[in-house]
Design a binder for this molecule. Structure first.
Ligand code: ADP
Ligand code: MG
Length: 463
């Protein structure tokens, strides 16, 4: 009871006022989308004893907040009331859950608003793409280091132009926009502009049609940092390339920074004029390779953190092991997984993750033969192919054989009986056992995981 009078005296506030102040703190703590989804619908109901009672739209909200925001909410309340209040929820109305699902899916959707193309008053940058949330791994560390150097000293490094190339969904756009964002963060009076080669082309064409090519040229040539994404889509029309050539020269001469991306090496951009390609060679070309397993796990973990998602490690591992193509695909899997979880009010399970992976449909399993698997596994483990069929029980051979059986069960369309036959007529139960052993081992042995990952990758390329 002492508490109660303390509260009454010291907080001296209505539940509404307290909640308003707390909301301000929450807004500063979590991202706006999450705030909007989870906290905006809350209504403060009562403040009794050492408890604040909050009205939530339904039970699901209560659980989600309990699971994801308890600490944040408690801390915010301590800040605004001075007390460690307990929180009680009360379900307010029975609006159907579907009334909130759009918001919820938007909140967990890890998406970025596409940069608008025609807005000359802004830099066209998406502030979500930063160096802070770019996970570094072996495949991208060189490109990241070059990008960082350029962003710290645009126009004053030897990396002009900086050209980043790599396959789709590997982080090229993220990285060059991070350059732009960092340059602006350091000095926001620099003129920074991001565009795609297609937009550049279409601006140019419009400017011809509207008779304002001079304005067009002046604009691009006044940039301190010009980023052009996806130069593989540059028009092969001579005039656009000529205009770009002059822009390039003007910027380069004035020590202004140019950053470009491409989905293939520069000398494979055969439609580009020779003089442009030779200019590109003045600077630095850095490639991005697909992320290895560890990096994929780190990326998933960081996306979860960014979006306040709690996903068990084995599910993260499962997604990372099975989605190897690119990072966009990994993000897509997380989004789908969470949407399913929210809509079905269940915890994320491995089964659900499997479903999502199948939906995303990395078509690795189609057409892979057991012979291909045996061939690659024998190489990877340095064990002769014939020994997979023989009775040999040496430890190394037996283990490699188990790995090949595991991969066959995972990746080929064949039944365990058929798989057994390919391994010197072994029983299907041996295949099932091998699968189980390796499955368990992968979880604890990172080296093995990487090795298997590598075999999977090679199987994809050999198709
Ligand atoms: P690209 O331009 O090469 O096709 P993007 O830059 O659009 O690829 O990347 C695809 C998605 O993956 C983006 O949402 C991006 O934020 C994310 N992403 C790519 N690389 C990384 C990384 N190293 N760390 C964190 N997120 C990444
Ligand atoms: Mg891109």
């Amino acid at each position: 009871m002492q508490r109660k009078s303390n509260l009454a005296e010291n907080i001296l506030t209505t539940p509404k006022e307290l909640w308003e102040r707390t909301s301000e703190v929450l807004k500063e703590t979590i991202n706006p989308r999450s705030y909007q989804t989870w906290f905006a619908p809350i209504q403060p109901l009562d403040l009794t004893d050492s408890t604040i009672i909050l009205g939530v739209p339904n039970k699901f909200f209560q659980e989600w907040i309990d699971n994801h925001y308890t600490k944040i909410l408690k801390n915010a309340l301590i800040q605004t009331s001075g007390y460690s209040l307990s929180v009680q929820f009360k379900v307010l109305d029975n609006k159907p859950f579907s009334a909130y699902t759009d918001n919820i899916i938007n909140d967990i959707e890890i998406k970025h608003t596409p940069a608008s193309d025609r807005d000359f008053s802004s830099s066209n940058l998406n502030s979500n793409y930063t160096f802070d949330n770019f996970i570094i791994g072996d495949g991208n560390k060189f490109a990241q280091a070059a990008a960082w150097a350029v962003s710290e000293s645009p126009g004053n490094t030897n990396y002009n132009p900086l050209i980043i190339y790599g396959g789709t969904g590997l982080g090229k756009t993220h990285l060059i926009q991070a350059i732009g964002n960092n340059v602006l963060r350091r000095s926001n009076n620099l003129k920074v502009y991001y565009t795609s080669s297609e937009s550049f082309t279409s601006h140019f064409i419009t400017s011809i049609q509207q008779n304002n090519v001079i304005e067009f040229s002046n604009f691009y040539r006044s940039c301190d940092l010009l980023m052009i994404d996806d130069i593989q889509f540059f028009s092969n029309k001579g005039k656009t390339q000529e205009e770009f050539f002059h822009t390039f020269n003007a910027l380069h001469q004035n020590k202004k920074q140019i950053v470009l991306t491409s989905d293939r090496p520069v000398n494979e951009l055969s439609f580009l004029e020779e003089r442009l390609i030779s200019r590109f060679k003045w600077g630095l070309v850095a490639d991005i390779q697909p992320p290895d397993l560890e990096t994929r796990i780190a990326i998933l973990q960081s996306k979860c953190e960014e979006n306040n998602l709690q996903i068990p490690n084995d599910i993260i591992d499962y997604l990372a092991v099975n989605l190897t193509h690119n990072i966009r695909e990994l993000e897509g899997a997380l989004t789908r997984l969470m949407a399913q979880v929210l809509l079905t009010h269940t915890e994320p399970t491995l089964e659900l993750a499997q479903k999502v992976v199948t939906e995303i449909g990395q078509p690795i399993s189609k057409g892979i033969t057991i012979d291909q698997i045996i061939q690659l596994t024998s190489k990877a483990f340095d064990v002769p192919q014939e020994s997979f069929m023989k009775k040999s029980r040496t430890k190394d051979i037996a283990f490699a054989r188990q790995v090949a059986m595991y991969l066959s069960k995972e990746l080929s369309k064949f039944s365990t009986t058929t798989i057994g036959l390919h391994f010197g007529g072994r029983d299907h139960s041996t295949v099932i056992y091998a699968h189980k052993v390796i499955e368990g081992q992968i979880k604890i042995d990172a080296i093995l995981r990487n090795k298997i990952e590598e075999i999977k990758r090679m199987l994809q390329y050999s198709r």
